[in-house]
Ligand binder design. Sequence first.
Ligand SMILES: Cc1cc2nc3c(=O)[nH]c(=O)nc-3n(C[C@H](O)[C@H](O)[C@H](O)COP(=O)(O)OP(=O)(O)OC[C@H]3O[C@@H](n4cnc5c(N)ncnc54)[C@H](O)[C@@H]3O)c2cc1C
Length: 495
Amino acid sequence: MRMPEPDGAVLARRTQIAASLRALVPDVRVIDHPDELRPYECDGLTAYRQPPMLVMLPETTAQVSRILGWCQAEGVKVVPRGAGTSLSGGALPLADCVLLSLARFNRILSVDYDDRLAIVQPGVTNLAVTQAVEDRGFYYAPDPSSQIACSIGGNVAENSGGVHCLKYGLTTNNVLGVELVLMSGEIVRLGGTTLDSPGLDLLGLIVGSEGLLGVVTEVTVRILPKADAARALLIGFAAVEDAGACVAAIISHGIIPAGMEMMDRIAIHAAEAFVHAGYPLDVEALLIVELDGPEAECGFLVGEVERIARANGAVLLRTSGSEAERNLFWAGRKAAFPAVGRVSPDYYCMDGTIPRRRLPEVLSRMAALSEQYGLGVANVFHAGDGNLHPLILYDASRPGELEKAEAFGADILRLCVEVGGVLTGEHGVGVEKRDLMPEMFTALDLDQQQRMKCAFDPGQLLNPGKVFPTLHRCAELGRMHVHRGALPFPELPRF
Ligand SMILES: Cc1cc2nc3c(=O)[nH]c(=O)nc-3n(C[C@H](O)[C@H](O)[C@H](O)COP(=O)(O)OP(=O)(O)OC[C@H]3O[C@@H](n4cnc5c(N)ncnc54)[C@H](O)[C@@H]3O)c2cc1C
């Protein structure tokens, strides 16, 4: 993995930098012993590892502001980190960086049931938000499978999704405001506690910005009342393509399920052996479709989905008869990633999105790629959103297999772009998909995106080496090319 060259002058000052930061924010824990840095050397993309120069664990916005301001003045890189579950290497440290852990920002600050919102610190786990409000019949809708561990700050940075995002939206649709510390140390507030705020929608820019534009120190999230009724269906198919066609048919019928997930044979068997969710073992593909709403609407939609499923070749149909059974149906899906980890020494989780109607074609082309590379692939994914998560099975102890898995993964993502989709659905670009960005964006697109980065972080010190395949200096991007004396856009006033 190609990363920005470590700054030798910074590394030479390592001890002095640690001492200066300790003096700057005496209450903040600074970790610089090599053994204690090890736990921070990677995130969920464990193929890449690099211990940081040092780790800091602030717990107030003022401390974050002082640290960032000092690092900018001293030319020291900073990598923000939530819970470290990113699957795209977003929180991968650099050898010469300060890794800024937000783990101590772990308090729920307030809950307002009348306005249906909660104000939380970024280190609070996704699940803890729901747990804090569920006794009043509320929940936080975006539910990544990692919700027991991942932080809200990380969710904001990655614009994370989950099973229920098909109907209730991704993180970006459920965040009302953030407090953000810029690399300069300046503290800004974007959005607020109402549905819209005056000015440019900079909140929309921050959600999904992968820790490149600022450090989120407070998040205002929407909370929703739980639906009156929810029922889940298990729908089995003899062919993966039939399941893909059923997904497209349900949506084109005008039904938006609360969740619609697909698992293929390998994933079904792995999840069943792990969780005993009662999944059928004689089908090639399984859909879990959840319908929710008022009791009458829910019952009607269950009937409609059953009818559509039969018309698309379903060979098994089961509807949850109780809340316990519905949770059991989901338990297998939510544990599918670790379950696949039991059937293969290693797996590489990809994340790309395609138009739903191309699902059957993409699934069969992925099967052909699997043959070509000689590596198995398990599919567990958010079918309703067209968000694929192929898990490429490999053995890292066999020389060359990681590289083969990476090449296979890159081909899958190219396929996603070819059929009109995108490089990522919810895991972000990070370092994993960074070098594939030109598959989707032109050089001009990428320059424009980097100009945005320059507006927030002109020194390119915040999480460098992520998202952009080539780092331009901000001054370079500002340069204007004058060809044979002809100014581009001569009608524009010059300053
Ligand atoms: C088993 C498993 C299942 C998963 N399932 C899903 C899923 O269903 N859906 C999904 O979307 N993702 C999923 N993920 C990926 C991951 O959990 C999400 O991307 C999550 O949002 C990362 O949160 P985190 O707190 O771990 O962030 P980290 O991994 O620590 O960081 C992720 C990125 O956010 C930045 N960042 C973190 N905190 C802040 C902050 N306060 N301010 C600014 N930048 C910050 C980091 O710099 C980095 O770029 C899964 C991961 C695993 C391991």
